[in-house]
Design a protein around this ligand. Sequence first.
Ligand SMILES: Nc1ncnc2c1ncn2[C@@H]1O[C@H](COP(=O)(O)OP(=O)(O)O)[C@@H](O)[C@H]1O
Ligand SMILES: [Mg+2]
Length: 260
Amino acid sequence: MQTSEEIFLRKIGYSQVKIIKYLPSFTRQVSLCSTKKKRKEYVVVKYYKYNIRRILTDYMICGLSLAILRPIKAYASTTEKIRGAIMARDIFRKVGIKTPQLIYPIDIRQLSHVGHFIVEKYEDAIPLTQFVLTAKNKELTDIGYIIGVKTASLHKLGYAFGDNRASNTLIKIEEDKIHFIKVDHEYFCWDPTKVFQILDIILITQYPGIPELFVYGFFKGYNDSNGFKELGVNPKYFERASYLFGDLLVLPLHFIKRFE
Ligand SMILES: Nc1ncnc2c1ncn2[C@@H]1O[C@H](COP(=O)(O)OP(=O)(O)O)[C@@H](O)[C@H]1O
Ligand SMILES: [Mg+2]
């Protein structure tokens, strides 16, 4: 029997579709597929299939955004979420944050027809959660620094990643240079109240398994780019407070990590 992903990829002009594997996902069904258009290609299909975890997450975030973060509209419907995820790419381009090439939908107007799939190019890179397991000390501080600098540039424009867990940051080493690629822009938002910007920092630095050296690099990069000044907080107090938040979030984060 054909899966929904296979049927959808055929519909948008791909042939020889084969699901190679499902990638770890907490709320969606994410699959790596081999396909052919003009030539052989590897694509990632993100299917907004409803499951209990998705519904619970949506309710939680929806409640939060309605209650205190009214400018965030990305949680209204699947189509709106995908629209937000596409908008995120344009903003990321402005501050030099890489994302996988989008294959479908490129045109936001296409969304009125099919609103349940995102297709993007597969990136041969590893999630930050795995990268930190084998990285050298210098690599950890370097990549932490770069991510800190870029996060500050995004925050300065008034936006936040939203779901800034380490698994949504992929690391790619090319010609001895370390790059990072951001995936999963579902909860990307405009954040004038800076609540999600603070959450961005807590999530990336306090995620289970993230080493001190990465955190050191991140805070240095964020601070050097005047990120804390823009946030209006003292970096020393903030670092301490973020560990406290990390302790509070440790249970839910360990729970989510089990699915990654
Ligand atoms: N374009 C891509 N190339 C390579 N790996 C990807 C790509 N997109 C997602 N992944 C991998 O699949 C996982 C799940 O995808 P993600 O978009 O984060 O879905 P979810 O919303 O469920 O977290 C990511 O953690 C990442 O490791
Ligand atoms: Mg993710």
